[in-house]
Design a protein around this ligand. Structure first.
Ligand code: ADP
Length: 228
C-alpha cells in the first residue's frame, strides 16, 4: 500500500514541486500518473523510493514509514520495489541473463535460486531465447522487457514505471503496457507515469493527474480497449 498524507516538497531553488498531496493506492491497483512536464510526477516517484524526503507530511510504502528508514534499511526497502525507467538502464557489458541475475546477486540471493529465477522471469517477458544477447542487439521494446524482467526478479509487491514507453516504437508501446497489466493481474501493484494520452485513453483505469504540484483529477475511467 502507498499512502501520502499532507505531503509537500519544496526544493531549495524555491520551487514547490508538490503541494498538500493526499493519496492512497491500495495493493493490487494499476494507476496511471499523468501531467505536463514540471507537474511533479518525478518528484512523486522519487518520494516513493525515498530519493526525495518531503518538506512536510508523511509517506508510507509497503508498510514502511519512510521518515523512519535509516542506513541499510533504505537499500532493503528499495529492493521491495521494482523500478522501470524510460531509458531502460541496462548494463551494456552484460548479456540479458546477467543483467537480471545482477540484481539478485546484489540482494544476496543464493546461486541455486538465481539459476531458477532468471529463466523464469525472462520467460514471463517472452525473452528466454535472447538470454545471451547484449542490450545493443535488442530493439527498444525488447530492452524494456528485459528491464521489466529485472524489476520482477526480486518479486516486488510494487512496480514503479517512469515513462516506460518513452523510448519505444509507437507500435510496441501498447505491448509494454499490456505486459505491465498482466503483471498487475498476478497481484503486483503498478504505478506508471506517462504523458502519453493515447495510452491512458486506450487502457483506462485509475488516472491521477498532477498539475503544478497538486492532484487535480483522481478517477477511474473506462478504456477504449473495453469497447472492442
Ligand atoms: P515532472 O516529472 O512532472 O516533469 P518534476 O517532479 O521533475 O516534474 O518537477 C517538478 C518541479 O520541481 C519543476 O518545476 C522542476 O523544475 C522542479 N524540480 C525538480 N527537481 C528539482 C531539483 N532537484 N531541484 C530543484 N527543483 C527541482
Amino acid at each position: 500500500m502507498v499512502e501520502l498524507k499532507n505531503v509537500n516538497v519544496h526544493y531549495s531553488s524555491g520551487t514547490d514541486a508538490l503541494q498538500d498531496i493526499n493519496l492512497r493506492i491500495n495493493d493490487g491497483e494499476f494507476v496511471f500518473i499523468v501531467g505536463e512536464s514540471g507537474a511533479g510526477k518525478s518528484t512523486l516517484m522519487k518520494l516513493l523510493l525515498r530519493e526525495v524526503v518531503p518538506t512536510s507530511g508523511r509517506v508510507f510504502v509497503n508498510g514502511y514509514n519512510l521518515a523512519k528508514l535509516k542506513g541499510n534499511k533504505i537499500a532493503k526497502f528499495r529492493r521491495s520495489i521494482g523500478v522501470i525507467f524510460q531509458d531502460f538502464r541496462l548494463i551494456q557489458e552484460l548479456n540479458v541473463y546477467e543483467n537480471v541475475a545482477f540484481v539478485l546477486r546484489i540482494a544476496d540471493q543464493p546461486m541455486k535460486f538465481i539459476k531458477q529465477r532468471v529463466p523464469y522471469v525472462l520467460n514471463l517477458v517472452d525473452l528466454a531465447h535472447k538470454a545471451k544477447s547484449r542490450p545493443k542487439e535488442l530493439s527498444g521494446g525488447e530492452q524494456q522487457r528485459v528491464a521489466i524482467a529485472r524489476a520482477l526478479a526480486n518479486d516486488p509487491g510494487l512496480i514503479i514505471a517512469d515513462e516506460p514507453t518513452g523510448n519505444i516504437d509507437p507500435r510496441l508501446k501498447y505491448e509494454i503496457v499490456e505486459l505491465l497489466q498482466e503483471i498487475n493481474r498476478c497481484g503486483t501493484t503498478v504505478i506508471m507515469v506517462t504523458h502519453e494520452h493515447d495510452l491512458v485513453k486506450y487502457f483506462g483505469g485509475r488516472i491521477i493527474n498532477l498539475d503544478s504540484g497538486s492532484i487535480t483529477f483522481d478517477e477511474n475511467i473506462g478504456g477504449q480497449n473495453e469497447d472492442e
